[in-house]
Design a binder for this molecule. Sequence first.
Ligand SMILES: Cc1cc2nc3c(=O)[nH]c(=O)nc-3n(C[C@H](O)[C@H](O)[C@H](O)COP(=O)(O)O)c2cc1C
Length: 207
Amino acid sequence: MKVLMVNSSTHEKGCTYTALLEVARALREEGIDSEIVWLGVKPLADCMACGYCSENGRCVINADAVNAFAEKAKTADGFVFGTPVYYAHPSGRLLSFMDRLWISAGKDLAFKPAAAVASARRNGQVCTMDVINKHFSINQMPIVTASYWNHVFGSKAEDVAQDKEGLQTMYNLGKNMAWMLKLIENGKKNGIGHPDNVTDVRTNFAR
Ligand SMILES: Cc1cc2nc3c(=O)[nH]c(=O)nc-3n(C[C@H](O)[C@H](O)[C@H](O)COP(=O)(O)O)c2cc1C
């Protein structure tokens, strides 16, 4: 089994990365592979709402990480989306990435467990998690929790290394992700797959 993680900070080895490493450590102890995908520093385009992906299953913008990640998502079992806090919300890069990933490849993420991880110098992680969690909850993805909200404190990686409670939370998040993945796997072996929910009704307003 494999968990795909995203580091959406411009710092390749900064606070978000340090938090994700601890999740990876716990997963590894449970025999689960993981990969941290860094989104880099180049601008990442927002969704063009062009409709191309609903016809072709791929985003029309090929120049960044979205389509490559979507390919990997097909065989991944779980996901962690990590971000620094920018003015009490996720990085714009992560939001653009997730919007386009969801609209072009949401079906390959559906029913797979996922978690949000946020890093801030001081505050805003909880609002940041709320934003990311909404992507999971609109796409039938079980949300993995930890022993505290999934966040760390720091301005640089060394600060996060000192945030013992934050790291413990990350470690427990990895353990909880592993537990959920094993339950799902075991369920599949015993004939319990995810429900085949019908989603063909589409109305643009509520009566
Ligand atoms: C544009 C911008 C906005 C930020 N907004 C906040 C904020 O609202 N609250 C906070 O505590 N830290 C804020 N920070 C600090 C970062 O969230 C913090 O340093 C983070 O842990 C860096 O993670 P990284 O090393 O993975 O990039 C902000 C930083 C930047 C660049």
